[in-house]
Design a binder for this molecule. Structure first.
Ligand code: ADP
Ligand code: MG
Length: 239
């Protein structure tokens, strides 16, 4: 997908100040930067949860910022995982996973349940199929949120600080699932503070500051030879 000169203005605030970027199939792009630098706004713009004030976003060749486009059709192909898992509390785990594909008539109930059970097996949580979200740990809930997105067969997965709300001992199991997805070739855009993850699986790391992309490169270039002064300062604080 391609982002062209995107601006997002909230009142007086320029949350995105002319961002251009291209994300290729199979890439794992990690976005880092200080709080308030526009990382979430950028990610949310990719599937138009935020409508750009200016600029264009192309997904599979279609300008999805074009008002005539049926955004729901495109959004289905972009999975999104948030800091908070947003599971439906009154539905079972399997129902949480099958709800969207069945409702949108992408899969029959039987197909969706079969696929849902396969996904649950993949993350070792098949015995939780009939449990409710409140019966799961934070790490389990986040892994369910991820496979719920995968049930839609997305072309790209967007992650906004997926491990930030987890107890430290549960971070690893979520990162492991994300690493597995990356190895399987999923196109991923990940906002995270987990620099180990960035170093291990990112094909590219992007530094955002004040609504702009200030620097980007391979993990080696980015972490070992940063050029931007603000990035150097940022890295000195977190590494
Ligand atoms: P990050 O994810 O890097 O912490 P955000 O993209 O959430 O940054 O926010 C960028 C800036 O835009 C911040 O100053 C934030 O307060 C502001 N912002 C984000 N969403 C809104 C909104 N819905 N209304 C007003 N301001 C917003
Ligand atoms: Mg954010």
């Amino acid at each position: 997908m391609k982002v062209e000169e995107v601006h997002k203005i909230f009142g007086e605030l320029h949350a995105l100040d002319g961002v251009s970027e291209e994300i290729h199939k199979g890439e794992v792009v990690v976005i880092v930067g200080p709080s308030g630098s526009g990382k979430s706004t950028f990610l949310r713009s990719l599937n138009l949860l935020e409508t750009p004030s200016k600029g264009h976003i192309y997904f599979e060749g279609t300008d999805i910022t074009d008002k005539k486009v049926d955004i729901n059709k495109h959004r289905q192909k972009m999975g999104m995982v948030f800091q908070h898992f947003n599971l439906f509390p009154h539905k079972t785990i399997l129902q949480n996973i099958t709800l969207a594909p069945v409702k949108l008539k992408l899969q029959s109930k039987e197909e969706a349940e079969k696929k849902g059970m396969e996904l649950l097996r993949r993350v070792g949580l098949e015995e939780k199929a009939n449990a409710y979200p409140s019966q799961l740990s934070g790490g389990q809930k986040q892994r369910i949120a991820i496979i719920r997105s995968l049930a839609m067969n997305p072309e790209v997965m967007l992650f906004d600080e997926p491990t930030s709300a987890l107890d430290p001992e549960m971070v690893g199991e979520v990162l492991d699932l994300m690493k597995q997805l990356a190895r399987d070739g999923m196109t991923m855009v990940v906002v995270t503070h987990e620099m180990g993850f960035a170093k291990e699986v990112a094909t590219r790391v992007i530094f955002m500051d004040e609504g702009r992309i200030k620097e980007q490169g391979t993990p080696e270039e980015f972490f070992d030879h940063p050029k931007d002064e603000r990035l150097k300062e940022f890295l000195s604080k977190i590494l």
